[in-house]
Design a protein around this ligand. Structure first.
Ligand SMILES: O=C(O)c1ccccc1N[C@@H]1O[C@H](COP(=O)(O)O)[C@@H](O)[C@H]1O
Length: 241
């Protein structure tokens, strides 16, 4: 059985590494330099970095210079999210050298464009399914964007390679992941799923690891690392098989 991939998160707002609660603008706790955070996760043994431009996701500007600096400094694979919604922002994101990008709002509002870029870029495109209940949310998670399962069926048919599934109700809360949601998504798609939201403990990671045979490929870990609930080294050891 392959091991669960861990993707430590660096979310950037106003040039700083931050964590939000439920993705709400204004709920930020700041953790300093995004580059320092990313280098720390790399030194601790991460194979992936989940890097988010929150200003671009919220429409309050962007952190393109910081994002490029961080991505350029990484020897590990980078998954880049936030504000990637058209040809120009996609080209800029891919040009950073990231391994893949994660599209959120565009998958809800620009389905034809998303189908086109999936066809062009294959597994360098993932779609972020950010949900409250089973309703997708876009534009910084402030607007409803349709039904999770209808959108998933459409994206599957278009050849989407991978989904990053975030339960907004869990994100940044340290309340534990929504294992039921992950199971439900894996039951309706054969594409790999990256779990996001709520990880609080090594036991949470072990519980997500048990879903690898069902299709969960990875887990994003944010607040728990910044709050020092465990170290990344401990997390990597917990999911090693
Ligand atoms: O990661 C967050 O905490 C977050 C909070 C609020 C909005 C977006 C967030 N992150 C990621 O950003 C992309 C969506 O950006 P866009 O809609 O494509 O501009 C998605 O991966 C979210 O998970």
């Amino acid at each position: 059985m392959p091991k669960l991939e861990l993707l430590p998160a660096v979310d950037v707002r106003d040039g700083q590494a931050v964590r939000l609660v439920h993705g709400e603008s204004g709920s930020e706790t700041s953790y300093g330099s995004p580059l320092d955070a990313a280098l720390a996760w790399q030194s601790a043994g991460a194979e992936w970095l989940h890097l988010v431009d929150l200003d671009a996701a919220f429409g309050t500007g962007d952190n393109r210079d910081v994002i490029s600096e961080v991505t350029g400094a990484m020897d590990i694979k980078v998954e880049l999210s936030g504000g990637i919604r058209d040809d120009a922002s996609l080209e800029a994101a891919l040009a950073t050298g990231c391994r893949r990008v994660n599209l959120g709002t565009a998958a809800l509002e620009s389905p034809e464009w998303v189908a086109k870029v999936i066809a062009e870029h294959g597994d360098r495109i993932a779609v972020g399914l950010d949900v409250r209940g089973t309703t997708l949310r876009g534009r910084g998670w402030t607007r409803d964007g349709g039904d999770l399962y209808e959108t998933l069926a459409r994206l599957d048919a278009e050849g989407c390679a991978r989904y990053v599934v975030t339960d907004i109700a869990k994100d940044g809360t340290l309340e534990g992941p929504n294992l039921g949601l992950l199971r439900d998504v894996c039951a309706v798609t054969d594409r790999p799923v990256v779990a996001s939201g709520g990880v609080s403990s090594l036991d949470d990671l072990r519980a997500i690891s048990l879903l690898v045979p069902e299709g969960v490929e990875g887990a994003i870990v944010g607040k728990a690392l910044y709050a020092k609930a465990f170290t990344l080294e401990e997390a990597l050891k917990a999911v090693a098989v």
